[in-house]
Design a binder for this molecule. Structure first.
Ligand SMILES: [Zn+2]
Length: 270
């Protein structure tokens, strides 16, 4: 599933091809995504892209008036075609530019979203209640500490809640909790201010490293025939159940927390 680093990498991959370019045509071959693709996406036609931004795992392709709001869902991807190419299976939407370049949206499982937004995009109902960006200055140990007081929710579910902080998916939550030495099932309200310092640093570190690694796959967004190859992570605990902890040698455990598989070292994480 595309996570925040993949979405950020997508943004960096497509941005140079869209900025200041004018849309010629929006072609919707199949509108059946998570929500039906609205007919008013054609409002983009004739308009120029003024910015490409990310908010959580949403991409905001802003035009002079309104813009396109895109989510990659479970299996979506965007790529840039510099030459015309026949659409393949699951290539549901094309945004053709007047210079001949095409932005193509592919989504085999169709949990993605492709919406039109009038007016200020940040105020859209899907975006306005989102928590801070994990790589922003607003995301601090103080903030997490304050928001978590009195809460019995497992710390892993707490940091994966988009109203608390956006973009900390299952893999990154598992990895960051290991790096911070915090057991994923510990109540969020019982994590000390000091340990939140370590957790914030770990979340920033694991996401920033993944984004840096993603930079090497940028070429996959251009003229690629398939979906961009998302980058393999060097993982410390995620998907390593039964293997030895790199830090202490104890066997890594797996447990379902909040319906998601969680991986942790029972010795290093308390
Ligand atoms: Zn360990």
């Amino acid at each position: 599933m595309p996570e925040l680093p993949e979405v950020e990498t997508t943004l960096r991959g497509i941005e140079p091809y869209l900025l200041n370019q004018r849309v010629a045509r929006v072609i919707v071959r199949d509108p059946r995504l998570r929500w039906p693709v609205p007919a008013d996406v054609v409002n983009a036609e004739g308009q120029q892209f003024v910015s490409v931004q990310r908010r959580g795992k949403y991409l905001l392709l802003k035009l002079r008036q309104g813009g396109l709001l895109i989510h990659l869902g479970m299996s979506g991807s965007l790529r840039i075609l510099q030459e015309p190419a026949a659409p393949q299976k699951h290539d549901h939407i094309d945004v053709e530019l007047q210079n001949g370049v095409c932005l193509r949206f592919n989504d085999p499982r169709r949990f993605g979203a492709f919406l039109w937004v009038d007016g200020e995009m940040q105020l859209h109902e899907l975006l306005r209640d989102l928590g801070p960006e994990p790589l922003s200055y607003e995301f601090t140990a103080d903030y997490l500490y304050q928001r978590s007081r009195g809460r019995n929710l497992a710390i892993k579910n707490f940091i994966m809640n988009g109203h608390i902080v956006v973009g900390v998916g299952n893999i990154y939550a598992s990895e960051a909790l290991f790096m911070a030495g915090i057991h994923p099932q510990r109540a969020a309200g019982r994590v000390s201010r000091q340990r939140y310092d370590g957790l914030v640093a770990a979340i920033r570190d694991v996401l920033a490293r993944a984004i840096r690694r993603g930079g090497t796959t940028l070429r996959d967004f251009v003229n690629s025939d398939g979906a961009p190859g998302y980058f393999a992570q060097e993982l410390l605990v995620y998907d390593r159940a039964g293997s030895d902890c790199f830090q202490c040698g104890t066997t890594i455990k797996q447990k379902v927390i909040g319906q998601r598989s969680s991986y942790y070292c029972p010795a290093c994480q308390r």
